[in-house]
Design a protein around this ligand. Sequence first.
Ligand SMILES: [Zn+2]
Length: 388
Amino acid sequence: MTRAAAVHDHTQAHVEEMVADLDRLVRLETPSNRRDLLEAALPEIERYAVERLGAPAARVQHDGGSRGDVLDLTWAGSPGLVGTVLVLCHYDTVWPEGTVACWPLTRDGDVLTGPGVLDMKAGIVQAVWMLRALRELDVPHPSVRLLLTGDEEIGSVAGRPHIEAAAAESLVTLIPEPSAAGDVKVQRKGMVFADLTVRGVESHAGLDPDAGASAVHELAGLIPAVVALADRERGTTVNVGVVTGGSGRNVVAGVATCEVDVRVQDPDEARRVADALEALAVSDSRCTLEVVVDHNRPPMNPSPRTEEILELVRRTAADLGETVGTQAVGGASDGNFVAALGLPVIDGLGGIGAGPHARHEHITVSGLPRQTALMAGIVELLATEARG
Ligand SMILES: [Zn+2]
């Protein structure tokens, strides 16, 4: 029997404080591309955590350059227990400055809406209350390390090395990203982005059509080959999301571009698709093709250790009188980096709701105690393991 049920009750008793905390964090606007706002918000987030948990035993802040800084806070575990659980959160959101003025945190019964509430400010609040509950209830727990990154929504260039290093030093990485309707996420697709640019020769479409070489026509001819790289059986999807080109109806187009989004479950597929994209060729020798491939995130697949920790998730859920399933999703997170190293990661432990990145983004207030208790149960059972 875990103490997850006790954590659930504790959190339930403090759920109004959690909502107030969430309001505090949602007010701090943190669009990924605004270094100034991220820089202003991070000390406030730290102040919040310290108010609730006291000063951490260790604190490191890493310069994010043009992106948000990474804040690494560790609170010591119970005496005699070794090991650390990493709770990975991003504090950036996709919402631009000014959103909160017209859309503040709003409650309607059990539903709480607001920019970034699900993705993933509720996750930060849950992580803080999980540790607060473990301490107040005297539940033995390993050290808890909270890593706050500021560029998850734009690819985690600044966050990635710190995420990978911290995960490698931890028993497990727990990520309170949005839950899949109460289930956890152990499989996510990897992302490959590609930009194709065709350059042709401009001419007058009526007076001099043969003097031109249309970049638009060339690109249109290439797109079926791009789309055909999808392989549903292997979990590979391809989307040509944006196409631009040409300057006028009566001009043979000089330039055309497209933006391609590829999702893969099998790491080998990222290589296959990238190679195929780079091998594409134009049919008119007067045109040129440039292909830029960005291996944005590797796919997340569960390691054997992740499977073992899923057993702890299921035991905790059973103690709460619930069941928790596992989901494979197309969207990527920073968990992809952790899993690609073969390290255990349980993702999707955050808010229960819907609409991340959308105007109907929301969580349920009733989901907060359950999700907080679920995380706490995993941490507690890891402590039991750590004791041997
Ligand atoms: Zn997120």
